[in-house]
Design a protein around this ligand. Structure first.
Ligand SMILES: [Zn+2]
Length: 222
């Protein structure tokens, strides 16, 4: 089976690649990364290229900056400051990018139909449910149907981590035959090279490693 995968250079989508490459029926994967004007896009993109090199797989870089330029979100360069605190707290809602998953899935599906691939995949996890309406199981089951109908039954959408926490994602892939390169990934939401360690995204990541009694291999700001 051949798949088109949404990749960001983050931990979840990198673990998703690791998970898919372990499946014996997966023969070919193409990564698609999206630039949409977020504060961390330029750092994510660097991480994404490192991860693609590690897995020796092709990457399609999709520029959506114009499309997202009038969207309201503090995650975007056009928005306010990134709040600090826990990922699943109310103030993190300001970082939600409206309909982002729906838009990404639509583009992945169009590519999969064009290339006659079999599936599209995204690394959504249960920590996303609280603030992202288009990361919730109800949304995902509907859009799984939509992808199927849109492709005349030829393509399916998989989101294998949708019921897992970030900690459980690490646990799932940490003993893969080909090691998942967590040290190459980028998670922080802020517009800075070194991860801040204080935004919701950083805190969730650090907790996920702690839950597995592992040390996060990336550097954090003092
Ligand atoms: Zn951060």
């Amino acid at each position: 089976m051949k798949g088109i995968i949404s990749v960001s250079g983050g931990l979840d989508s990198t673990a998703l690649l690791g998970f898919l490459f372990e499946q014996t029926n997966v023969t070919e994967l193409i990564g698609v990364s999206f630039s949409y004007g977020s504060k961390h896009n330029k750092y994510e993109n660097k991480a994404c290229l490192r991860v693609m090199r590690y897995y020796d797989m092709p990457l399609i870089q999709m520029d959506l900056e114009t499309a997202f330029s009038a969207f309201k979100s503090d995650l975007l360069l056009s928005g306010g400051c990134i709040p600090e605190g826990h990922y699943q707290s109310n103030n993190m809602k300001s970082t939600v990018v409206p309909a982002r998953n729906m838009i990404f899935i639509s583009i992945l599906t169009g590519l999969a139909i064009s290339k006659e691939f079999d599936f599209v995949a995204i690394g959504v996890h249960s920590g996303d449910h609280y603030i992202y309406p288009d990361g919730r199981p109800k949304f995902l089951s509907k859009i799984q149907d939509t992808v199927k109908w849109c492709s005349e039954g030829n393509i399916f959408l998989t989101a294998p981590f949708q019921f897992l926490t970030k900690g459980e994602i690490i646990k799932k892939v940490v003993n893969n035959k080909k090691r998942v390169p967590f040290e190459l990934t980028r998670t922080c939401y802020k517009d800075q090279e070194i991860a801040c360690g204080k935004c919701g995204s950083c805190i969730e990541r650090k907790e996920a490693f702690e839950q597995n009694n592992l040390t996060d291999p990336i550097k954090y700001e003092e």
